[in-house]
Design a protein around this ligand. Sequence first.
Ligand code: PEP
Ligand code: MG
Length: 327
Amino acid sequence: RRADLVRQARLPSVTLDGTPVTLQANIELDADLNALRRAGPTGVGLYRTEFLYLNRSTPPDEGEQLKAYRRALRALGGEALTVRTYDLGGDKLPDAEARETQGSPNPALGLRAIRLSLREPGLFATQIRAILRASALGPIRLMLPMLTDISELDQCLALIEEQRSQLRKAGRRFDPGMPIGAMIEVPAAALTAAAFARRLDFLSIGTNDLTQYTLAIDRTDETVNHLYDPLHPAVLQLIRLTLKGAARARKPVAMCGEMAGDPRYTRLLLGMGLREFSVPVNRLAEIRHVIRRTDVRKLATPVRKLLAAGERAVRDRLLETLNQDLE
Ligand code: PEP
Ligand code: MG
């Protein structure tokens, strides 16, 4: 049974008609690295680094972060590690930052993720240096969270360039070609995805926040949880636009939100043209299984119908039909 699982984890994630699909993992803690080692050779499409900053009084310094990234690289054995710069604020606050954002009337719309990073360039620069230095040790990609406006991206790119020149002066090694990408998780960014893609090496769709911000539903508020629906036509449209924008700029685009790790949505996403999934480690096997049992050529018609369905009940039924041969 165990040998069986190991064997399956090594099967390629390719569809029945031979379309290769990139399947990567989301990680947060060192414990995920052990699970990842057991799961077989897999790259990481999202490393949520904010967890390095939580439950402590001072942020991790450059050396401590470098060590954490090195540990992750070692566990990956040559596969790519996508390090997302800290997404703090909102519902995730370290003690120091809690003070500044305390009393924010609407944390999800407030000083969060890249906004906090640009407000505290010193804190941000420390992380960028650690990520750059880790890029000398293995295949690292840097990913920026929650961009809304191109000017934020330009500020980030300038900051990264500045840290590169400082490291050069200090004689520190780093990979000058380290890919830089961004999450598309705000409707404004999805609508202008091509402009982001042109300046970047890759995009990754964060459906958790994209759904929250498109539907104006706080993802942490249980009283409106029943309205949270990544299949809402508006969310699907924004995903489609992001795929289109990336294609126009000839840049790869992944999805790393929970939607990518939900096997009910795998075929829909493949039918929409998604070819890169980053999913929680414990979902890798299931998603690979669905990919390997899908013929992309048969998806066009049912997916078109699904995208056109306005009513939730109709969508749910169409989704069931799409998945009916999967047990
Ligand atoms: C997302 O928003 O979909 C995402 C992957 O980022 P996080 O869940 O960490 O906000
Ligand atoms: Mg997010």
